[in-house]
Design a protein around this ligand. Structure first.
Ligand SMILES: [Zn+2]
Length: 405
C-alpha cells in the first residue's frame, strides 16, 4: 500500500505520511490511508502469490504500509494455523469453533506482525532506533525485531515489572528503562524519548499507524484458510488495535469484492480491567479510563489512563460489526487456560485463553447460533505466564476434557 495520508480517526483531519502519532487538531490517533491493488489482495488470498514465494504476513505485502523497495525485516511471522477445535467445541457446546493460533509466531505472540512492519519501516525511513512502552509481548517482540534489523531499542517498563518479563527483552539486546509509576508513566516516557531522539515509537496501543497495519494480516489469513467470513471473531483486548485492524482487514476483503460481509467482533476483557466492556454494557459512546487493574490477564491489563479514546475507537468497531464487548470473571480465567491446553494442546497466556470463554457467553445469550462459525484469536503463548495455568483446583488432570457448565 502506498500511504498517501495519515487520517485522524476522530475528526478525519489528514496529514502527509510522516513520523506523526497524534492529530494536531484534536489529539486523536491516526490511520494510514492509501491506494492498494484489489487484484494483488485477491491473488494473495487465493495463494497465487504472483510476487514469488512470500510466506506468512508478507504474502500480503500489497496491503502493508511500506515502500515497494523496502526489504522486509522478517522472521517468518504470520501464516499461523487456523485450528478446528473439535474437543474444545464439544466442551463449549458449539460445534464450529476455530483457533487462530498466534502463539507460534517467532516471539510467541501476534505482536510479531506489527513489529515486523515497524522494523521494516524504521530501516526504510533511516530512523535511528525503536522505543516502546511495554511489560510483555510488545517489548519482547520489539526487542527481537530491532535486533534483527540491527537497530538500537529501548523498552520503558514500570519500575515494579518482574524480572522474568524484562529478562527476555534483555536477551535480545534491548535496553530496559525502568520508570517510576505505572504503565501510563512508561507510556509517556517512551513518547518523550521518541520525540526527542527521532526514534520510532512502536508502543502497541493505536499509537503507531504503520505498525498497526500488520494486524490486518490476521483477518486475511482467517478468510483464506476458512474460505469464508466467520460469523464471529473473538479477540482479547487491552486498548484493542488488533480488533480494529482485523475488522479493517475484513472490510478491505469486502471492498476488493472477495468477501461479501463482515464478521461480528467480540471484544473480550477480564473482569479486573474491563473499561471497554463496561462502556458497552452501559450503552456509552465514550470509554472511561479504568482505575487500578486487578486481573490475572496481564497481557490486556490496560487501564487506558491518558488515552481512553483508544478504547472508544475499539468500542466503535465492535458496534459497527454488530458485535459485543464481554468481561470474563477472574475466577474462570485459569479454567480456560487449562481447557485450551487439555483439549487442543494450545498453551495460551491467561489474556489469550479468555477469547475462548466468549463462545460460551455468546451461546448462553443466544447470539452465537447453532451452525455459526466462531473463531478465537489466541494472541500469545502461556510460557511467559505459566503460574496462572497450573494448579487450577476445579479441573481433573490428565487427558479427559472437563465437563461444560
Ligand atoms: Zn483529529
Amino acid at each position: 500500500m502506498r500511504v498517501a495520508a495519515l487520517r485522524c480517526f476522530f475528526c478525519s483531519a489528514e496529514y502527509p505520511p510522516g513520523l506523526l502519532y497524534f492529530c494536531e487538531r484534536c489529539g486523536g490517533t491516526l490511520e494510514a490511508r492509501g491506494k492498494w491493488d484489489a487484484a494483488a489482495l485477491k491473488d494473495a488470498v487465493a495463494g497465487a502469490n504472483r510476487c514469488g514465494d512470500r510466506r506468512g504476513a508478507w504474502r500480503y505485502r500489497e496491503m502493508l504500509p511500506v515502500s515497494d523497495r523496502a526489504d522486509p525485516v522478517t522472521m517468518g511471522e504470520g501464516g499461523t494455523p487456523l485450528l478446528r477445535a473439535g474437543r474444545l467445541a464439544e466442551t463449549l457446546g458449539h460445534d464450529r469453533v476455530y483457533l487462530k493460533n498466534e502463539t507460534v509466531n517467532p516471539t510467541l505472540s501476534f505482536k510479531d506482525r506489527p513489529m515486523s512492519v515497524a522494523a521494516t519501516k524504521a530501516v526504510g525511513s533511516g530512523l535511528a532506533g525503536i522505543v516502546a512502552a511495554s511489560t510483555g509481548n510488545t517489548g519482547v517482540s520489539a526487542a527481537a525485531y530491532a535486533a534483527k534489523a540491527g537497530l538500537p531499542c529501548s523498552i520503558y517498563v514500570p519500575a515494579g515489572t518482574p524480572s522474568e518479563k524484562t529478562r527476555l527483552i534483555e536477551i535480545y539486546g534491548a535496553k530496559i528503562e525502568r520508570v517510576a509509576g505505572n504503565f501510563s508513566d512508561a507510556w509517556r516516557r517512551a513518547l518523550e524519548d521518541a520525540r526527542r531522539e527521532g526514534l520510532f515509537n512502536v508502543t502497541s496501543t493505536y499509537l503507531n499507524p504503520y505498525a498497526c497495519e500488520g494486524d490486518k494480516t490476521v483477518a486475511y489469513e482467517i478468510f483464506a484458510d476458512l474460505g469464508e467470513v466467520p460469523d464471529w471473531v473473538a479477540i482479547p483486548v487491552g486498548a484493542g488495535p488488533l480488533l480494529w485492524y482485523c475488522l479493517k482487514g475484513f472490510r478491505e476483503l469486502v471492498e476488493a469484492g472477495i468477501a461479501d460481509r463482515l464478521p461480528r467482533m467480540a471484544a473480550v476483557q477480564a473482569e479486573g480491567c474491563a473499561p471497554i466492556a463496561k462502556a458497552w454494557e452501559a450503552g456509552a459512546d465514550e470509554v472511561e479510563p479504568w482505575g487500578e487493574p486487578a486481573t490475572a490477564a496481564g497481557g490486556i491489563a490496560d487501564p487506558l489512563a491518558g488515552y481512553p479514546r483508544d478504547g472508544t475507537r475499539t468500542l466503535r468497531a465492535v458496534r459497527e460489526s454488530g458485535g459485543v464487548a464481554l468481561r470474563i470473571p477472574e475466577r474462570d480465567i485459569p479454567e480456560y487456560v487449562a481447557l485450551l491446553a487439555r483439549t487442543e494442546a494450545v498453551c495460551a497466556e491467561p489474556a489469550s485463553a479468555i477469547a475462548v470463554a466468549a463462545a460460551r457467553k455468546l451461546r448462553e445469550s443466544g447470539r452465537l447460533r447453532p451452525g455459526e462459525t466462531f473463531v478465537a484469536v489466541i494472541t500469545g503463548h502461556g510460557v511467559k505466564d505459566l503460574d496462572a495455568a497450573v494448579s487450577h483446583p476445579h479441573l481433573p488432570h490428565g487427558p479427559s476434557a472437563p465437563a461444560g457448565r
